[in-house]
Design a binder for this molecule. Structure first.
Ligand code: CDP
Ligand code: CDP
Length: 229
């Protein structure tokens, strides 16, 4: 038996974070928390209400009173806003196209980071996002920064989306590169590798190899803890 720990997984769009984080959580019998889903949920809500990201004051005000819930289930994780399940809407191209603009805003980041920290208080959480290792859980025991070439990441997204949306590989590559640029360039908690995060380039790795690599880092962590006792 060992002390429970937290795993932080960050990286750009399409690196494989959510797929891998879910599987790692399953192996450890931990809870998986998809923080991107929370940013997407807020974005969808604001678009529906007609509140532009340019109107920061109004976004801040609305976000303060929103009830945002993440419900971990067997396979998909549900996101509820004010009790309404909006999971089916959050992966659309419209939301993907604007989410980085809403994610820049201070009120949005503060609200969601607070919620995310609360979810990880009791440990035993695998959390993925952009700023988990740097800002949300700087004390996470295992930190991974996952990347892959932009071509590979666009191809992965294309294979997922091409049946549901009218989209070309070239368009996706452009969208992803633009989102990376915004996420890396923003003022508050930009996307970057924490100094103590392990860099994992998954361009030529399949899902199982990535899961195994992370689980093996978790084992190393547990062994180190034992040796300190
Ligand atoms: O799944 P994908 O990599 O496309 O994105 P996601 O993880 O669902 O995140 C969507 C967007 O939310 C990102 O591009 C960021 O703008 C924002 N995000 C963030 O700012 N901080 C996080 N911890 C997670 C997501
Ligand atoms: O969460 P993030 O945007 O980082 O990526 P994802 O949604 O987990 O992964 C995007 C797609 O890439 C999914 O369809 C995965 O099945 C696929 N994938 C892959 O082909 N090879 C990997 N090593 C990781 C993910």
């Amino acid at each position: 038996t060992y002390e429970r720990f937290n795993v932080a997984i960050d990286g750009p769009a399409g690196a494989g974070k959510s797929t891998v984080a879910r599987l790692v959580a399953r192996k450890l019998s931990y809870i998986y928390v998809d923080t991107g889903a929370m940013y997407r949920a807020i974005t969808w809500y604001m678009i529906r209400k007609g509140i532009s990201y340019l109107d920061e004051e109004q976004v801040d005000q609305v976000v303060r009173d929103l009830m945002i819930e993440l419900i971990p289930e067997q396979d998909v994780q549900k996101v509820l806003i004010n009790g309404e399940d909006i999971t089916p809407h959050i992966r659309s191209l419209q939301v993907s196209g604007q989410v980085s603009q809403y994610s820049k805003l201070k009120g949005v980041r503060t609200r969601l980071s607070d919620l995310q920290r609360e979810m990880a208080l009791r440990k035993g959480v695998v959390m993925d996002g952009r700023d988990i290792g740097t800002t949300v859980l700087p004390d996470a025991e295992v930190k991974i920064f996952m990347t892959a070439s932009v071509e590979e990441r666009a191809l992965r997204r294309y294979n997922e989306l091409r049946d549901a949306e009218q989209v070309t590989l070239q368009q996706l590559e452009h969208d992803i590169a633009e989102r990376d640029r915004l996420d890396e360039g923003r003022e508050i908690s930009p996307l970057r590798r924490a100094e103590d995060a392990i860099l994992l380039d998954t361009t030529f790795m399949d899902i199982n190899q990535v899961v195994e690599a992370i689980v093996s880092h978790c084992r190393t962590h547990v062994d180190e803890e034992r040796n300190h006792l």
